[in-house]
Design a protein around this ligand. Structure first.
Ligand code: VGL
Ligand code: ZN
Length: 245
């Protein structure tokens, strides 16, 4: 049996949840696919054309995100899921506009247009997203006082969503991250995955950025930390893929 996870995380899971290591950490599967999970980030109406925080070209990733699902045995998705009085909305700060930056309880916070309000049409997945094989949906950004770009933690790393524990129990070692937006929720999800000890890759043609220049800079940090960039178009039949950068 191989134990590929960083010892502190394994120890914590065993202490806090009383997991039997032999039951939950045996990742010596002969089926390599069992070790990989696809994380589909925030493919919601508000981030797509005509949405309140539309990402340019966001709809172009839908066919790519739908197609790549066949390469994974485990697919999870996230939904940005804000209460209407969320502190990341410019509308909740008198005299402030979208894209202004404020200090929110000690963290820098970009103010956004209202988006992905719990239960709204804008918070729903695109009807063009293939959702049948999604096994887990993680909702984030639910605490009005703190934003949550990553699928794993809020922006202050104060609270876990539980996704890391879920993936570990499912024997996952590697995650591929796609969806919207590249420079925020996709990037911070992929960076946290690396931090937690997963191998992580970002599917470049399965994502689009709010600010492409900002994404370019963040990509360098992701690569420096050991992250990989892949593109569906570049995939050879044996599943290997070339780095584009
Ligand atoms: C996102 C800004 C605000 C994202 C969510 O999904 O990337 N960006 N909330
Ligand atoms: Zn949000």
């Amino acid at each position: 049996m191989s134990n590929i996870f960083p010892p502190p995380l394994v120890r914590r899971l065993k202490e806090e949840y009383d997991f039997e290591e032999s039951l939950y950490f045996d990742t010596d599967s002969t089926n390599d696919q069992a070790k990989k999970a696809l994380i589909i980030v925030d493919m919601q109406n508000d981030f797509l054309p005509r949405g309140s925080l539309a990402v340019a070209g966001g709809d172009e990733v839908l066919p790519v995100v739908n197609k790549i699902q066949s390469e994974f045995n485990l697919i999870v998705a996230t939904q940005d899921w804000h209460p209407v009085d969320h502190a990341s909305f410019a509308s909740n700060h008198a005299g402030k506009n979208a894209m202004d930056i404020i200090d929110l309880d000690g963290l820098q916070q970009i103010l956004w247009p209202d988006h992905c309000v719990q239960g709204s049409k804008g918070a729903e997945f695109s009807v063009d997203l293939e959702t049948h094989r999604i096994e887990l949906i993680v909702r984030k950004g639910t605490n009005k006082r703190i934003d949550s770009y990553s699928a794993f933690f809020d922006n202050g790393h104060k609270k876990s969503t539980g996704l890391a524990g879920y993936l570990i129990e499912r024997g996952v070692q590697q995650v591929t991250v796609c969806g919207l937006a590249a420079d925020f929720c996709v990037y911070y999800t992929a960076m946290d995955a690396l931090e937690l000890g997963f191998q992580a890759e970002i599917l470049l043609d399965g994502t689009r950025a709010i600010d492409p220049d900002g994404f370019e800079k963040k990509i360098q940090l992701f690569k420096k930390k050991g992250g990989k960039l892949i593109s569906k178009k570049e995939r050879s039949p044996n599943g290997e893929n070339g780095d584009l950068y």
